[in-house]
Design a protein around this ligand. Sequence first.
Ligand code: UD1
Length: 339
Amino acid sequence: MTVLVTGGAGYIGSHTVVELLNAGHETIIVDDLSNAKLDVIDRIETITGKRPAFYQFDAADKERLRDVFANHKIDAAIHFAAFKAVGESVRKPLQYYRNNIDSALTLLEVMEEFGCKKLVFSSSATVYGPNNPHPYKEEMPAIQSSSPYGWTKVMIERILTDYVTAHPDFCAILLRYFNPIGAHESGLLGDDPNGIPNNLMPYICRVAAGQLEKLTIFGGDYPTPDGTCQRDYLHVVDLAVGHLKALEYAENHNGVEAINLGTGNGISVLELVTAFEKANNIKLPYVIGPRRDGDLPAFWADAEKARNLLGWEASHSVKDMCRSSWLFAKGGTPESSFS
Ligand code: UD1
């Protein structure tokens, strides 16, 4: 297949492009590099021996997106391009709604113009909101979130569901990610956020590298076994393979399917810190601080549907996640904010 990947230079996008190229798919990246670096394209080529087509522009730019569809016979799209910082979205809601929803609508409109009927959408476990019991199952109401970022995922899921109702020959797969961490085994691709990281694993890596003094664990008094929050951390390469499986499924099906991508296991912040220390033989300075607004005590996936429908399950261990994250962080990228 020829696959358009919006946001293909980003953390999850780049790992997915590697899996697509390794599986023999022709791959076209559209990315404005607002939160990614150009040398990711070279790194993808180093890993796979193939260079994906790359266009640098915002996926909401309809004219340029049309040109890409006119120049390539695109069979399917994977839509990653979006702003994703939860805290920032609370401060800048209009930017988040405009950017995330505009690019999804534009992509859908252009896909319709060119008769492209297969879409895999990058959604999040955040759509389950604060009221569902875990493990989260796909049939639970997924209609509420706790931040503008999360609401854009809820809304785009709704838009795609309505679109499929109107166009039953279309296939939209809504992949609800849990907490992706880890990096490519080459150490060439990984999570390299600009500025001080918000997410746990990039923060841990900066502390391990001595660039930040210590980790603050947000809350030690949650109703969990060790008092710290529990999440379903999964390896980004497993997540990338999940996209490949979703694409294969979409090739032969119509309709809309929401599918969790998680391991089905919850582990705590403290357990992850300990696993990181052990896997990399590093002592990680940390303190237990106050809770962070909006954090839920614990959630993880029910991973049955992905297994049954896609034949997918996570295979990497927490140790793999910790080792590969550190391998990437130690290398960093030449112009990264590490310096
Ligand atoms: C968040 C979002 C999710 C989004 C994901 C990736 C919510 C409810 N969840 O997940 O939608 O897809 O980010 O961007 O908004 N922690 C610390 N210290 C730190 C950083 C984090 O203790 O310095 C803890 C948090 O309290 C949490 C866990 O680590 O318990 C994971 O946090 P994080 O990596 O930010 O992911 P989520 O908040 O689970």
